[in-house]
Design a protein around this ligand. Sequence first.
Ligand SMILES: Cc1cc2nc3c(=O)[nH]c(=O)nc-3n(C[C@H](O)[C@H](O)[C@H](O)COP(=O)(O)OP(=O)(O)OC[C@H]3O[C@@H](n4cnc5c(N)ncnc54)[C@H](O)[C@@H]3O)c2cc1C
Length: 643
Amino acid sequence: MIGSFDARIPSGPLDRKWTSHKDHSRLVSPNNRRKFEIIIVGSGLAGGSAAATLGELGYRAKCFCYQDSPRRAHSIAAQGGINAAKNYQNDGDSVYRLFSDTIKGGDFRSREANVYRLAEVSVNIIDQCVAQGVPFAREYSGLLANRSFGGAQVSRTFYARGQTGQQLLLGCYQALCRQIAAGTVQMFPQTEMLDVVVVDGHAKGIVTRNLVSGKIDKHAADAVVLATGGYGNAFYLSTNARGCNVTATYRAYKKGALFANPCFTQIHPTCIPHSGEYQSKLTLMSESLRNDGRVWVPSHGEDRSKPPNEIPESDRDYYLERKYPSYGNLSPRDISSRAAKEVCDEGRGVGPGGRGVYLDFADAIKRLGEQTIRERYGNLFEVYEKITGENAYQVPMRIYPAVHYTMGGLWVDYNLMSNIPGLFVIGEANFSDHGANRLGASALMQGLADGYFVLPYTLPNYLAGQMGKRPAADHAEFKKAESDVRAKIDNLLKVNGNRSLDSIHRELGLLLWDKCGMARNKAGLEEALSKIPELRERFWHEVRVPGENEDFNQSLERAGRVADFLEFAELMCLDALARDESCGAHFREEYQTPEGEALRDDENFASVFGWEFQGANGEIAPPKLHREPLHFETVHLTQRSYK
Ligand SMILES: Cc1cc2nc3c(=O)[nH]c(=O)nc-3n(C[C@H](O)[C@H](O)[C@H](O)COP(=O)(O)OP(=O)(O)OC[C@H]3O[C@@H](n4cnc5c(N)ncnc54)[C@H](O)[C@@H]3O)c2cc1C
C-alpha cells in the first residue's frame, strides 16, 4: 500500500484536539506560499471554497471543473439548508449536541474527532457566508432564521428559501472570482481530470482532457486536492446532477488511494416518484418540507387509488408519527426511507405502480395559512407542479425514496489527506464525517468546513516539507499516465457497437438499486457480483461511442464515466457483502431488530472499511480490505432510537 493507513487523530481531550492540532501544525511563511502550486479538482462548495481560501492565503492554485462555469457545480442544487450549532433559537443546541446528533445519525460509523471538529467549525461557516452576502432567511427582527431537519430535536438549519446551495455557491464563487482576478487562482472550466500522477509515492499532478478540443494535458503541482463530489449516479437514477460521476476518485483509487465504505449510499425519502422508463433523473423535494408536511398512506390497501382528500382521517396511517413519536416526520432519512418502502411493500403505496406516499400540507395550511407555506416553500411547490401537474396546496404531494448522497469516498486521515501523501480529498468526494447515514443539511456544512476552515490549516502542514520537490510535467510518470489516458479513450472509440450508453448505464443502475439499494442481502449481492462483470464485458463489446476525441464529444465524456461506474459498482457490492451487519443506510436484511430496525454488530464492524485496488495491466483483481477501528470515548454506542 502507498503511504499509511493511520487516521492521525491528535491526542488530548475531544474539544481541544483541533485547536491543539492547529497550534502544532507546520506553517508555510507568506513569502514562500507563492512558490507552491496546488491543483484543486472541483469547484463546487468544497473545491471552490478551498481554491478561494488558498488563493487568499497567497498560494498559487489551479482549479478544474467539467462544467462551463464553477457556478454550475452540482452544489447549486442543494435546497433545504446548512446546519450550524449557533443556538440562535435558544432551544438547547450546542457544539456537543450537533456532534452527538451527527454521530448517532451516522449510526456510530464515523470518527468522533472529525465530527467534533465539524460541529466546532460549523459556527464559523455561517459568519463567513453572511460576510460574503449570502442572503440567509431572517426573522422579522432581522436575526437569522432556522428550521428543523431530520434526526434533530433543535432548529439549527440555516437556509435561503429552497435555494440554499445556490446562494452559498454564489458567495463562494465571488470569493473565487476575486482570486482569479488577482491571479492566484487559474480556472480551467470544461476540463476533466482523467488521472492522478504519483511520483515517488506522492501525488504530484494530474492528466486532463479539454472537453471542447479534446486536448490532453499534464499538470504538475506540489499537492493535489480532489473535491469532485459524490457518485450517486452509479444507480443511473438519482437526485444528483446528470454529470456527477466517480471518475476522479475511482482513478485515484486505481493509483493506490484507498476507497472507504463505498456501499454507504443515502436514500432520500422525499423525492418525486419515478414515473417511467424514459426518465434519466429524479427530483428531490427538500427534506425541509417535512417540517410542515405530514407523511401518510391509506390504512387499507384498497383505498390506495381513491383521491386522497376523500380518505377520512380515521383511514389514514401517519406511519412516521405512529412508529417514531419523538421525531415523527423528522425521523432521519434512512429510517424514513425504509418506513416508506415497507408501507409500499405492504400494498399501501399510492400513485402509479404503488410506489409513493403522501406528504400532506393540509394541516399546516389550516394552522399557518397558505401564504406562510408559500413563503417557506413556494419554489419547491412550483417545481412539484411543473413535474407532476398537481397543485400541492390542494392535494398532498406524492413522494418516494431515491438515491441522493454517497457517504463513501476516498479514505482520508484527520488532515483530509488520503493514504497517498499529497493527495487531499474534500467534500462529498471523501468518505466524510457522516458515517453510515448523513443527516440532512450536513453535506453543505462538511464541504464548506473542509474548504474554508480545515484544509487551509492541514495542507500547509504537508507543504512545509515539500519545498522544491515539484517534478516537471515531462517526468516519466506523467508520460505514462498520459499514454494510459489516451489508450483508454482510443479503446472506447474503437468498440463501435450498437448499444447506447444510457441503456447499459440504466441496466447497471437497476441492478444496483435492486441488489445494493435500500435493502441488501447476501444472495442478492452475490448475484449482482456475478452480473456486473458480464455487463462490463458487454459494454466493451457492444457500446457505441460516436464521434472522435479531438472535438466536443459528450458521448465520449460519458462513456469514460460509465466505464468507471461499471468497475466501481463491483466495489460497492463487495463492500456491502463484507459488512455483515446493518448500520444506518446500509440495511442488510439478515440483520434487523424484531421491529425491523438496523442491527449493528459493534464488536466486529465498528470500523471504516478501506479498499485497496489490486490488479494490473487493465485487469481488476479482488481488492484488499483494510479496517480502521473506530474508538468511541465520548458517546456511548447504543441502539439508535427515534421513538
Ligand atoms: C437535489 C439535492 C439537494 C441537496 N440539498 C442539500 C441541502 O439542502 N443541504 C445539504 O447539506 N446538502 C444537500 N445536498 C447535498 C450537497 O448538495 C452535496 O453533497 C454537496 O453540494 C457536494 O459538494 P461538493 O463540492 O463536494 O461537490 P459538487 O458540488 O458535486 O462539485 C463537484 C465538482 O467537481 C468537478 N468534477 C468532478 N469530477 C471531475 C473531474 N473528473 N474533472 C474535473 N472536475 C470534476 C465538478 O465539475 C464540480 O465542480 C443536496 C444534494 C442534492 C442532489
